[in-house]
Every structure is written in C-alpha cells, then in structure tokens.
Ligand binder design. Structure first.
Ligand SMILES: CCCCCCCCCCCCCCCCCCCCCCCCCCCC(=O)SCCNC(=O)CCNC(=O)[C@H](O)C(C)(C)COP(=O)(O)OP(=O)(O)OC[C@H]1O[C@@H](n2cnc3c(N)ncnc32)[C@H](O)[C@@H]1OP(=O)(O)O
Ligand SMILES: NC(=O)C1=CN([C@@H]2O[C@H](COP(=O)(O)OP(=O)(O)OC[C@H]3O[C@@H](n4cnc5c(N)ncnc54)[C@H](OP(=O)(O)O)[C@@H]3O)[C@@H](O)[C@H]2O)C=CC1
Length: 523
C-alpha cells in the first residue's frame, strides 16, 4: 500500500491554478491514487464566457480524466470549485466560501501564476508575488493546515549558472515592490522594469524569485516547501504518454517545426535542454506535500524538479528527434516540408530569417492576394519570430541545478511509493519521450487524427515537388538574367560548360578504350 496515497485519503486539499497545465495533472493524479480524499477545493475564475461549473465540467470530461472516472466514479462530487480571482483583494471569495476554506483545508498546492514572459511588471507582481503573500496570510488562518506547497520555477534564479536548493535574496525587498506597484503609474513601472529585473530576461522569472522570498519571509510557523520545475513538458507515463494542452515551452515550437514554419532557430546545440515531464513534477509535488506534512522539516525545503544533472539531453538531440518524428508521423496541411537547423550567431540568424521565414511568407501572401484571399502568413511568421525571441535566452544558456533535496526525498520513499509517485528522471528515455511528445502535440493540441497520416505524407510529397520546381525556376531566372547582363557571367558559364563537356568526353573516351581492350583480351 502506498503511504503517500493513504496520507491524502480523507484530506481536504486546496489547489490554485487547477485549470492550468500542471494543476490539471496534479488534480488527476490525486484523485486517481487517493480516490478516498475528502475534497479538492479549486480557486477558479469565470473565463471566456464559461461559468465555473462549465469549466470544471470541461476538465472532467477531457481525455486526461478518463482513467480517474474508473477508480473514482463520484469525482465530480469531490471537486468543489470556488469562484476566485487572485488579482482581487481576498481573491474576491465569498464569506461563506472563505469560511469553509479556512476551517477545512489540510494541504495547499499553490500553482497559479502568470507564466507569460511579456507580462507587465504590475500584472506579474500582482499574481506571482502579492497573491502568494495573500494566500500565505489565508493559510496562517487555517487551523487544520498540514503543509503549504508553493510551485516556483527552476529559472527564478536564471541569472546564476549554478543554482542550489536555497532561496536567494533579491536586491529590492518584495514588500517594497508590492507597495510601489500600488502608486506608480504604468509608464514609470515600464521605465524602471529593466533596472529591477537586472540580468534576468523577463518579468516572469523576476517575480517568481520575489515570490520565493515572500514565501520565506511570510510563512511564519507554517510547514512550507517550494518545488522548482525546469521546462515542463508533456506527460511521460501517466495517465498516458504525450498529454499536453498548451503551447508553452517547447510545444508551440514543435508545432511550428512540424508544420514547416520554423526552419532555423538561434540555439546552442550542445546546451542542456532541461525539460521535465509534467507527471514527474506532479509526482514530486505530491511526495513533497506528504513529506512536509509528516516530517515537518525545520526549515523551508526547496526541491529542484530538473533533468540536466541526472539525465541530460541537449537541444541538438532534441531537435533531431523532433524532426525524425515529424518525418515518420507528419502533421497535416504543412506550410513547408519540416526541415530546421540551428544557427549560432546573429548574422546567420538574420540571413536564415530572411531567406527561410520572411521570403516564403511574402511569396505565399502574394499568392493568396493573387487568388483573391486575405494574406496572413507574414503576420503569423512575425508572431512566431517574436515568440522565438522570447524563448531564445533559454536555449542559449546552460544551468546546473543541484538536486540533493529531491534525491533525499526519493530515498525516503518506500519502494511502492517510488513506483506510484515516480520522479526518478534517470529512468527517462529521451528519444521515446520526445517521440511521444510530438505525437501528443499532434493528437491533443492539433486534434489531428492518426488516420490522416497517409494524406499528410502525400501533401509533403507535393510540397517537395513544388520545392524542386521552384528552385529550378529560380535558378533558370537568375541564370538568364546574369547571362543577359554580364560578360563575366557569360565567360564563367562558357567555361563551366566547356569544362563539363571535356570532362564527359574524357570519361567517354577512356571507357571506350577499356571496352576495346576488353574485347581484344577476350577475342
Ligand atoms: C543536421 C542538423 C540538424 C539539427 C537539428 C535542428 C533542428 C531544430 C528544430 C527545432 C526543433 C524544435 C523543438 C525543440 C524546441 C526547443 C524549444 C525551446 C523552448 C524553450 C522554452 C523555454 C522556456 C522555459 C522557461 C521557464 C519555464 C517556466 O517556468 S514558464 C512556462 C513557460 N512559459 C512560456 O512558455 C510562456 C511563453 N509565452 C509567452 O510568454 C507569450 O505567449 C508570448 C510572449 C510568446 C506571445 O505573446 P502574444 O501576446 O504575442 O501572443 P499570445 O496571445 O500569447 O499568443 C498569440 C499566438 O501565438 C501562439 N503562441 C503562444 N505561445 C506560443 C509558443 N510558445 N509557441 C508558439 N506559439 C505560441 C498562441 O496560441 C496564439 O496563437 P493564435 O491563437 O493562433 O493567435
Ligand atoms: N509550464 C512550465 O513550463 C513551467 C511552469 N512552472 C510553474 O508551474 C505553475 C503552473 O504553471 P502552468 O500550469 O504551466 O501554467 P498555466 O498558465 O497553464 O496555468 C496557470 C494557472 O493559474 C491560473 N490563474 C492565472 N491568473 C489567475 C487569476 N487572476 N485568478 C485565478 N487563477 C489564475 C490560471 O487560471 P485560468 O485558467 O483561469 O487562466 C491557470 O489555472 C506556475 O506557478 C509556473 O510558474 C514552473 C516551471 C515551468
């Protein structure tokens, strides 16, 4: 029997960010392994015209939750959505709901955040720092609380190259930042943002670092722990391989590669691609919840959920496997044949952007215009290049994360718990994982049916023929223009033609000689 699963039975759990990528997998695993847990409270905001109930209904009816319904048929009764907006004072939770949360909650998993790299500092501070502070305040009023688990990111200190499982201080106190956001206007905040974030690449990593300091400063007597995942990718094993439901991290770029939009990207091929499957992060998080509640460590422990130091894979290997997979299992209606490469300096990046991204987009838009349709490819390409520019920092640096606490926790688990809540990334086979990831992107993000593969292959063949035809036509046009305008081009051309002619004549003559000699010897 799993000790961890037993621990969560009969518990009331509060999850923020449960409608997000990580939150959904966390909820699924908790229900599946501890079907006798009492309730999971989730803080949800109405969104995109959907009520809370509709949002929960959609999650429970997704493929991700199919296995849960077998072991926990009354799962819908055990989810209690609470209307909340983490941007509002007291999260805009009603008095009754707040009362219930405060009096019943045993464990808090705080996953909600803005993960946008381009978020305005005010917005990022509000969600990643102030909301964390408010939640800790709420937690301090929960008499039955056993553990508070905060999800941060391994990149919160990405300005360092070696990162330990400790909280690093920030030059400006989070409380001062929170206060200043209340009275500074947007334009001043924009002006001071680069100075505040310093050598971090964006407001996301900066505010996640501030959030950690807040956890350290404001946790009082609570049992608190922080989990720091690196780049969270599709599921590795559970509930099934390859599940993913948003474009963050590599997922969007896998689509762009498979559809033939992305042809080159500035990256350091040998830099470590520190990806971590979402189910691995979730297993660690659940184990951390158990350990923190049961063992009550004296200080706040940080757990790195990273892969690089135990089972490294680099961007080159990852890129190659993505390309190999989309060749075997192509995406439908590709723009061009998938064929991407890495560039390593600004000059080649600009060159390939012009030749492989902008030029085809402009030509295609011209074709759309000619055929009476609305041009859209250049806009799409510019968006893709903007996204790439935001992610570039992370594919051109390498980091080393120590994982002592995570390894210590693994050794504390019983063999059964190590099996049920496996977060040993050494067992991960990257090639298999990436293949499943790409397949998952095709099935769950693009919603493409595998029955369409032969048609997709046919489409790629057609694109290859168009490519050859286009290149031949381009060559002939350039050749014709050069020959017509330049004596030197003509001279070079005649030199090449006469050289080829002589070369062919020489081989013809020598093979005729050999044949004659052969005839003479045999006859
Ligand atoms: C022989 C030699 C062979 C060599 C082989 C070489 C082969 C090379 C091939 C390449 C293979 C590619 C596979 C490998 C991929 C490597 C990828 C590396 C990724 C690295 C990621 C690192 C990030 C990790 C950092 C920290 C981790 C965290 O803690 S946080 C979680 C991560 N957060 C994010 O990822 C958020 C990023 N997104 C944003 O911040 C914003 O979305 C944006 C700023 C990028 C865009 O904002 P904007 O307002 O313009 O747009 P938005 O409204 O958000 O969306 C507009 C449309 O764009 C789509 N979209 C959004 N995000 C992405 C995305 N990541 N990729 C692609 N598209 C995206 C979005 O859906 C919208 O589309 P429409 O709905 O159609 O309008
Ligand atoms: N994905 C990754 O690569 C990594 C993620 N992390 C961390 O993991 C955690 C989860 O990330 P992930 O699941 O990927 O992110 P998502 O963007 O998928 O989910 C974010 C969640 O936060 C919720 N949220 C955002 N704003 C509010 C608000 N104002 N009120 C209530 N809820 C809100 C969202 O709700 P809604 O559905 O309503 O928008 C959603 O449920 C974050 O803390 C992130 O920093 C760390 C490392 C890597």
């Amino acid at each position: 029997m799993s000790m961890i699963a037993a621990f969560y039975s009969n518990k009331s759990i509060l999850i923020t960010g449960a409608t997000g990528f990580l939150g959904k997998v966390l909820m699924e695993k908790l229900f599946r392994t501890s079907p006798h847990l009492k309730v999971i409270y989730i803080l949800v905001r109405p969104k995109s015209g959907q009520t809370l109930q509709e949002r929960v209904f959609q999650i429970l009816n997704s493929k991700l939750f199919e296995r849960v319904k077998e072991v926990c048929p009354n799962v819908h009764e055990k989810i209690r959505p609470i209307s909340a907006d983490l941007n509002q004072r007291d999260f805009a939770i009603s008095k009754e709901d707040m009362q219930e949360l405060l009096s019943c909650t045993n464990i808090v998993f705080h996953c909600a955040a803005t993960v946008r790299f381009d978020a305005h500092l005010r917005e990022a501070v509000q969600l990643n720092v102030t909301a964390t502070q408010q939640l800790l305040l709420m937690a301090s009023e929960m008499p039955k609380l056993e553990a508070f688990i905060h999800i941060s990111t391994a990149f919160s200190n990405c300005n360092l190259s070696h990162i330990d499982e400790v909280i690093y201080p920030c030059p400006v106190e989070p409380r001062k930042i929170i206060d200043s956001m209340e009275w500074l206007d947007d334009s001043i905040i924009e002006e001071i943002t680069p100075k505040l974030i310093g050598d971090r690449p964006n407001t996301y990593t900066y505010t996640k670092a501030l959030g950690e300091v807040v956890v350290q400063q404001e946790s009082g007597n609570l049992n608190v722990a922080i989990v720091r995942p690196s780049i969270v990718g599709a599921t590795w094993q559970e509930p099934f391989p390859g599940w993913v439901d948003n474009l963050n991290g590599p997922s969007g770029l896998i689509i762009a590669t498979g559809k033939g939009f992305l042809r080159s990207i500035k990256a350091t091929p040998m830099a470590v691609a520190d990806l971590i499957p979402v189910d691995t992060v979730v297993n660690l998080t659940i184990a951390v919840g158990w350990y923190t509640a049961v063992h009550r460590p004296k200080s706040t422990l940080i757990y790195h959920s990273t892969s690089g130091n135990l089972n490294p894979c680099n961007w080159y290997e990852m890129g190659l496997q993505v390309l190999a997979t989309v060749e075997k299992i192509p995406f439908e209606s590709a723009f061009r044949r998938p064929n991407a490469d890495f560039t390593t300096n600004n000059f080649t990046t600009q060159y390939w952007n012009t030749v492989s991204h902008w030029a085809p987009a402009i030509i295609y838009d011209f074709y759309l215009r000619l055929t009476g349709r609305k041009p859209r490819m250049l806009k799409l390409m510019n968006r893709l290049l903007k996204t790439i520019s935001m992610l570039e920092y992370f594919i051109n640096h390498s980091w080393e994360w120590s994982t002592n606490n995570t390894e210590m926790l693994l050794s504390e688990l019983s063999p059964e718990d190590q099996r049920v809540f496996n977060f040993d990334v050494r067992q991960l086979n990257w090639l298999e994982y990436i293949e499943n990831y790409v397949l998952g992107v095709k099935k769950y993000l693009l919603k493409e049916d595998l029955a369409g593969i032969p048609k997709a292959k046919q489409h790629l063949k057609r694109l290859r023929n168009i490519h050859y035809l286009f290149n031949t036509a381009l060559f002939l046009i350039i050749w014709r223009l050069l020959i017509a305008r330049s004596q030197m081009a003509r001279n070079i051309w005649f030199f090449i033609v006469s050289f080829c002619y002589k070369f062919i004549s020489y081989f013809r003559a020598s093979s005729t000689l050999k044949r004659r000699r052969g005839c003479l010897q045999h006859g």
